[in-house]
Design a protein around this ligand. Structure first.
Ligand code: ADP
Ligand code: ZN
Length: 435
């Protein structure tokens, strides 16, 4: 068992004490946003709640929610809670869904961020002896600089490769002796493919991977672990709340510990806004407790997950959240059936296909069409037409039994689907074009 903590005083704090700390920090945050951020003050006035009304942690429910549109409406700096002179860094969301939003950090915010990333690295068994290969994008995206700061803080040797140029990434990995890799899981798999092609996959010194920024399944984790010969850890975060650093896996790997001394997690019913019981899936909502430049109150992430507050064998007292299966806006509704890309991924890997796929949804004569392009591998490539058709039918049926709806499967040549260096693009929904 890995009992390595970065800040044991916080990570294993008795829950009673943790709740007291959360309440004090929450009251402070609410008072500050009320004083400094007009949109929070107006919303609270309208809801008839004042900062001094927050007397217990449950009183958080009296506060209005914040949504992504609020960040867009106040773009660029309308929700900053400090003077711009105190802001030392800006980041922006990669704009996967719509117009980008911008967030800021004070010096103190960056120190906190570094420590939260250091917690995740140490929980994954990474330390000062490691060579950390950061293949998350550096720039406005939070991934690169986020991981970088924490990696430096633990005293590791940081290799700030950023994204792109996969051949060069592999050369660097070999020559510099990278032992830990941070990337999106889809890019990690691409690196594995290319390493295999170059015949170096088992010659690398890599032993651990820290992956996040997009949904991925347990099946994908096993595949990455087997092909890169590493142990893979999941991390979660989002730009609006901080970037990476919000929650992280310990060696037990049954959910990601939320750094609850800095964030309050709630799970709500997305339709009613009411809390759901622990263990029930719902929309994940975060409130930041220590951020100075860009605090968020009850931010609705649109990510769907569950929370578990049972004690963890690792000794951390922080609640664990499940791997989000995707955002509410990634969920496709096809002929009335809810479909998450992660469900498609699970079926494919279980049938022995690599998780390289693309979902294409369209509308013809007011009926939804549903197609999944699936890559063949070199091993099953030169099959007869009849054998291919049989394979396609098998996949369709496996998906029909899981989803209740069977897509048309098209098997395509190995390595023919576009690879992404950041977040994978899994869905092409052409129905929007007809609206
Ligand atoms: P953008 O919003 O432009 O995509 P972000 O980097 O802020 O840029 O994206 C954060 C989102 O990425 C989260 O809300 C979540 O949907 C997804 N995400 C991040 N980490 C994980 C993870 N470990 N598992 C699943 N989804 C994740
Ligand atoms: Zn744990």
């Amino acid at each position: 068992m890995n009992r390595n903590y970065w800040q044991p005083g916080y990570e294993t704090m008795p829950r009673e004490e943790l709740r007291e700390l959360q309440l004090a920090r929450l009251r402070d945050t609410v008072a500050r946003v009320y004083a400094k951020v007009p949109i929070y003050r107006e919303r609270m006035d309208k809801a008839g709640v004042r900062p001094e009304d927050i007397r217990t942690l449950d009183d958080i429910r009296r506060l209005p929610f914040t949504v992504k549109q609020d960040l867009r409406d106040t773009y660029p700096y309308g929700m900053f809670a400090c003077d711009m002179t105190d802001v030392v860094r800006l980041h922006a969301s990669s704009g996967t869904t719509g117009k980008q939003i911008v967030v800021g950090y004070t010096k103190r915010d960056l120190e906190v961020w570094d420590n939260l990333i250091a917690r995740q690295l140490v929980a994954a068994g990474v330390g000062s002896d490691d060579f950390i290969h950061v293949a998350f994008g550096y720039g406005l995206f939070t991934g690169g600089f986020g991981l970088h700061g924490g990696a430096q803080l633990v005293g590791a040797t940081v290799i700030p490769v950023s994204t792109g140029n996969t051949a060069r990434q592999l050369t660097i990995m070999q020559d510099f002796g990278s032992t830990a890799i941070c990337a999106t899981p889809s890019y990690a798999l691409y690196l594995a493919e290319e390493a295999e092609k170059a015949g170096i996959a088992d010659k690398l010194k890599l032993r651990v991977g820290i992956f996040g920024a997009e949904p991925w399944t347990e099946e994908m984790r096993r595949q990455i672990e087997a092909r890169l010969h590493i142990k893979a850890f999941d991390i979660y975060g989002l730009t609006e709340v901080m970037g990476p650093g919000v929650s992280y896996e310990c060696s037990d790997q049954k959910g990601m510990h939320v750094s609850e001394d800095h964030f309050i997690i709630e799970i709500i019913d997305p339709d009613t806004g009411e809390p759901v019981p622990d263990g029930t899936p719902g929309e994940i909502v975060f409130t930041s407790l220590t951020k100075k430049a860009f605090p968020v109150i009850r931010y609705r992430t649109r990510d769907i997950g569950t929370v578990n507050r049972e004690p963890c064998p690792c000794g951390r007292t922080f609640a664990r959240m499940s791997k989000p299966k995707g955002r509410t806006d990634d969920m496709l509704i096809i002929r009335g059936v809810n479909v998450f890309p992660s469900q498609i991924e699970t079926v494919l890997i279980n049938l022995g296909y690599p998780p390289n796929y693309q979902i294409i949804v369209d509308r013809v004569n007011s009926l939804d069409t549903f197609e999944v392009k699936v890559e063949l591998t070199d091993d099953n490539f030169d099959d007869s037409v009849a054998a291919l058709a049989r394979k396609e039918r098998t996949i369709t049926e496996a998906m029909r039994s899981l989803l209740g709806i069977g897509p048309k499967i098209t098997l395509v040549n190995p390595r023919s689907l576009t690879r992404s260096e950041g977040k994978a693009v899994r869905v092409i929904d052409r129905r929007k074009l007809h609206d």
